[in-house]
Design a protein around this ligand. Structure first.
Ligand code: MG
Length: 212
């Protein structure tokens, strides 16, 4: 008997154009803080990212505002994040693709990032309501094994933009199917077919027409 399928679909630069979101944050920070303080904010952001390997805006805001000691700092910076239209940042046809996948199996969002803003992104983009399950961790690969155990009777298909993550998964679990989506800045630096992976597509919308 054919196994049921579980699709594990990434969020950033797979369903949601996170490069565009980040560019918007970058622009707004310069408007609110000025060029030099905005750069200082990104220094904190990058230092946290290097230390924890985590994209963590809340911690960067906290660190920056503690230093500034200004009462409104926290509110002004949080406002930037909360005023982003995450629905508009979804790639074309995302809802159709997720509905299409749901006709073929169960669909889970499999994403990583800080526990505050990533959650806002999932909800405000509407993606949270479009999937059957949400798996959101600070470092998602550490939790793959547990998901695999939970869905041990399923065939797992992972859909993600980051070839580095996908290669690691494929090396550890050759039995899973991997779909690489060549979107976003990771694909710009590494945009070549990876024979180790099962499928490479140019955009998430291609899944409407590609056989999996
Ligand atoms: Mg991604």
């Amino acid at each position: 008997m054919k196994k049921p399928t579980l699709f594990l679909v990434d969020l950033d630069n797979t369903l949601l154009n996170n490069d565009a979101v980040k560019a918007e944050i970058r622009k707004s920070l310069i408007t609110v803080l000025g060029q030099s303080d905005a750069q200082h904010f990104w220094d904190h952001y990058n230092a946290i990212r290097t230390k924890t390997n985590l994209v963590d805006f809340p911690s960067a805001i906290k660190k920056y505002c503690e230093e500034k000691n200004a009462k409104t700092c926290d509110i002004r910076l949080k406002k930037i994040f909360h005023s982003i239209n995450f629905k508009q940042a979804l790639y074309p046809n995302v809802e159709n693709v997720l509905n299409h996948l749901k006709t073929k199996g169960e669909v889970a969002l499999f994403t990583e990032g800080d526990m505050i803003y990533q959650k806002v992104k999932i909800e405000k983009s509407g993606v949270g309501a479009m999937v059957n399950h949400i798996y959101h961790f600070e470092h998602k690969l550490e939790h793959f094994e547990a998901i695999k155990k939970k869905f041990h009777t399923y065939h797992i298909v992972v859909i993600d933009d980051r070839s580095e993550t996908l290669m690691k998964l494929k090396a550890l679990y050759p039995e899973i199917t991997i779909v690489e989506v060549c979107q976003g800045h990771y694909s710009d630096v590494d945009h070549k077919p990876h024979p180790e992976l099962d499928k490479t597509i140019e955009s998430i919308g291609d899944l409407l027409h590609r056989k999996l």
